[in-house]
Design a protein around this ligand. Structure first.
Ligand code: DC
Length: 429
């Protein structure tokens, strides 16, 4: 999973570069400016001054904005209608700049932008992607060019699309918009501390794309398979063979993106068997007591386990889990909270942690069922590890959060695990 943030002022060529890079890397391109433009367009169409926050903010609940991808191409629907090129006029550019300085507008668009990057590798362009939207992006680039070079490009682009503008007009608007975007109080356009600066005043579009691709290749070279996955490729098959594991539903595990994995719990061995069955790295939430056993501590730390203190509400474990999910990782939790060997999972109690985390992270949940005869491991018993289809976060019916909602959501998740258990799948012989 890779997230590339490209920030910088208008006219630096962010969108054409990002589009080309997305194509070469076969990842999704998200043009966040288009979201602000759509809100600007709505305000103009409805006679609302885009800089009048008192009118803009209440109007945010009057329309439906959807960001979708058709054949990998971003499409924005405003009240169900594709906005297309109507957001690309100079008037809408100015309106977008004005609405983007309003905090409530930025908050309104935050989750739309983040949730895409939680599920997919993306290249996202904007002004605050590296600083606010995806501060954990693997690669952050600040793409810029001189005002003259940028104005010239924008001018040529507008002329080629049939707009009647003069170079001076475009230049002045660009300077004004730069000033608005970089001096506003919230999320001003500025490079993240760890961003790579790329000035393309004297570069062609192709050279800029090549420069970005070589930054990505350098990153990939430095971050080859980690120790976990290297060990996984050597050991997982052996572990599955040793314990007689049969895997089901591997197609239900998305290739990338942050999810919670929830499984029933029979014995400590579950951790090993699920890890050996899943083709991606999983971080397990493990009770803190396990970290005080010297040898085990080493193994579970190496596995990247998240330490949980069960004596109270352990906020740090919850925060860490959400952080990992937002980074596109799989975090596993056993909703039963304890091991229940020999007991049918339908007859055991559950805790609410999975509900709480999926609410806070806004992520989907992959149910997993470990099915073994009599719910007890034994040398000669085959173990089935069944991955169910991800449960959409929307199906967990969250409104404002709270224990009641977490409990209901955990029940929905656990009922999925039980239906995998009861499926009577003919493969489970
Ligand atoms: O990249 P663009 O020209 O399409 O952006 C239009 C306006 O939206 C721009 O003036 C600033 C604003 N914007 C923003 O504030 N934050 C973003 N992430 C993207 C755009």
């Amino acid at each position: 999973m890779i997230r590339i943030a490209i920030d910088g002022p208008g006219g630096a060529g962010k969108s054409s570069v990002a589009k080309a890079v997305a194509k070469r890397l076969e990842i999704i391109y998200v043009d966040t400016g288009a979201l602000y433009r759509t809100i600007g367009l709505y305000m103009l169409n409805n006679g609302i001054s885009p800089s009048d926050s008192e009118k803009v903010v209440p109007a945010l609940s009057d329309f439906k904005l959807e960001l979708t991808f058709i054949d990998g191409k971003q499409v924005i629907l405003l009240d169900g209608i594709d906005v297309g090129d109507s957001i690309r006029t100079p008037e809408v550019s100015m309106a977008a700049s004005a609405v983007s300085a309003i905090k409530e507008v930025r908050d309104f668009l935050l989750n739309t932008q983040r949730s895409i990057a939680q599920r997919h590798s993306v290249i996202m362009d904007g002004r605050d992607i590296g600083t606010v939207i995806l501060p954990q992006a693997e690669i952050k680039i600040f793409l810029t060019a001189s005002s003259e070079a940028r104005a010239k490009r924008r001018y040529e682009e507008l002329i080629s699309k049939g707009h009647t503008v003069t170079y001076e007009q475009v230049y002045c608007e660009m300077v004004e918009r730069d000033k608005n975007d970089s001096t506003r109080d919230i999320a001003p356009c500025k490079p993240a501390d760890d961003a790579i600066m790329l000035d393309n005043s004297d570069m062609t579009a192709e050279q800029t794309v090549d420069a970005v691709i070589s930054i990505v290749n350098n990153y990939k070279k430095k971050h080859k398979k980690n120790g976990y996955m290297r060990a996984h490729s050597v050991l997982a098959g052996f572990i599955r063979f040793l314990y007689g594991v049969k895997r089901h539903g591997l197609e239900n595990i998305p290739k990338e993106g942050g999810y919670i994995i929830c499984s029933n719990h029979i014995a400590v061995r579950d951790v090993l068997l699920i890890a050996a069955s899943c083709p991606r790295q999983i971080r397990f939430i493990a009770k803190k007591e396990l970290f005080s056993i010297p040898f085990l501590r080493r193994i579970i730390s190496w596995l990247g386990a998240i330490k949980l203190d069960r004596s109270g509400n352990d906020l740090s474990a919850i925060k860490k889990s959400i952080e990992m999910i937002n980074l596109g990782e799989l975090v596993a939790i056993f909703p039963q909270g304890h091991r229940y060997p020999g007991v049918n999972p339908a007859e055991t109690p559950r805790k609410n942690g999975a509900g709480l985390i999926s609410y806070r992270a806004g992520c989907d949940v992959i149910p997993v069922c470990i099915k073994v005869r009599k719910n007890k491991y034994s040398i000669f018993r085959k173990v089935h590890v069944i991955f169910g289809r991800p449960i959409d976060n929307k199906a967990l019916n969250y409104k404002n959060g709270g224990n009641e909602e977490y409990k209901n959501a955990t029940d929905v998740i656990f009922n999925e695990i039980i239906s995998l258990y009861n499926a009577g799948d003919t493969r489970l012989k």
